[in-house]
Design a protein around this ligand. Structure first.
Ligand SMILES: CSC[C@H]1O[C@H](OP(=O)(O)O)[C@H](O)[C@@H]1O
Length: 352
């Protein structure tokens, strides 16, 4: 999918002629830097270092990276198919928690296999076509999630978000933030409270940035202010994204999401999880089995570019946590609003 001016926020990932372009999310909000990538190694690095981040966005970047890796291969069947699997496995190793990464790569490899026996050049084109299809579908899915979320919200509501599940984290529009963009198109007004989301500050650096770019009312708060804001009665709904929903409805998302969910429950505030089907993993039984990425201590002790803790201090830096299904009011997918019992209802909706 090419750059699309009509999208109401900066686009984080797009295919340009013969290579992948990424808006470097590590540099936002103070610098707008585009990376031009031509190899799977560069894509792996961009995913691992959060130059591109957000479950759907990393899946999209990875499958374009898969095409970048195979397009120059010789037209020799044995080499091609072995390399396709190797590059897909390599890209899949960039980050462990968001299931979109493996989901997207598996979908493209499986699609390619349906062309076995065709000339290798045809298979290469099919891979690019499927990567583009995943990208374009994600934009439609995000808008559909936004539509379904809007049925749960009222004009003028206070909405609390955590991390960034916005346009920057997806093909466009975002998942948790999608209703905000659709509401803006309809003249609705929400008051958004964005958790800064330590340690990488996706809320401060990205959610506040993209919502302000779109002219949406957003107030930045420290993560430790969420309870006080809820207690003031300023929040009528919490909406978050997800990196992986387990078969029983447990939700892996950015670290701190579990705390927000417990606070929401304590204040009787609905806690909504925006989840494209590509983020729901029915093969993972519960949240206990979801791999949680452990990231560098540097993000905690010097993430803002200068030391904020004693040198050598021990650090625990899980990038995600798991919110048990009992704290989740509803999971909103492109197919509609799914409520408990999640094991049965997720299976029914996703398996048709
Ligand atoms: C729709 S994005 C889902 C999810 O991805 C983010 O994680 P990261 O910034 O580390 O890629 C965050 O958990 C979002 O909620």
């Amino acid at each position: 999918m090419k750059f699309n001016q009509a999208i109401p926020h900066p686009q984080s990932v797009f295919w340009q002629e013969d290579h992948l372009v990424l808006l470097d999310q590590r540099r936002l909000p103070t610098e707008t830097v585009y990376l031009h990538l031509t190899t799977p190694e560069e894509v792996w690095e961009a995913i691992a270092t959060l130059a591109v981040r957000g479950a759907p966005a990393i899946g999209i970047a990875a499958v374009y990276g898969l095409y970048l890796g195979v397009r120059g291969l010789p037209d020799q069947e044995e080499i091609f198919w072995a390399e396709l699997e190797r590059i897909a496995d390599f890209l899949n190793s960039a980050r462990p928690t968001a299931v979109n990464l493996s989901w997207a790569l598996k979908r493209v490899v499986n699609k390619a296999k349906t062309f076995k026996g065709e000339p290798v050049s045809s298979v290469k084109q099919a891979i690019l076509n499927e990567a583009t299809a995943i990208h374009e579908e994600d934009v439609r899915v995000c808008r559909q999630i936004g539509e379904h979320l809007l049925t749960l919200l009222q004009d003028g509501m206070g909405i609390l978000t955590h991390c960034n599940a916005g346009g920057l984290a997806t093909g466009a529009y975002g998942t948790a933030l999608a209703p905000l963009y659709l509401a803006r198109e309809r003249g609705w007004k929400f008051k958004v409270f964005a958790d800064e989301t330590r340690p990488v500050l996706q809320g401060a650096r990205l959610t506040a940035y993209e919502l302000m770019q779109a002219g949406i009312d957003v107030t930045l708060i420290c993560d430790n202010m969420a309870g006080a804001v809820m207690k003031q009665g300023w929040v009528q709904a919490v909406i978050v994204g997800t990196d992986r929903v387990a078969a029983n409805g447990d939700v892996a998302n950015k670290i701190g999401t579990y705390s927000v969910a417990v606070l929401a429950k304590a204040h009787g505030i609905p806690f909504y999880v925006a989840a494209p089907a590509s983020s729901i993993d029915l093969e993972t039984e519960t949240g206990e089995q979801i791999p949680i990425e452990q990231r560098s201590p540097e993000e905690v002790v010097a993430g803002m570019g200068k030391p904020i803790a004693p040198e050598g201090v021990q650090v625990y830096n899980p990038a995600f946590d798991v919110t048990p299904a009992e704290y989740v009011t509803a999971i909103i997918t492109e197919y509609g609003v799914i409520r408990a019992p999640y094991r049965e209802n997720l299976k029914r909706v996703l398996n048709g």
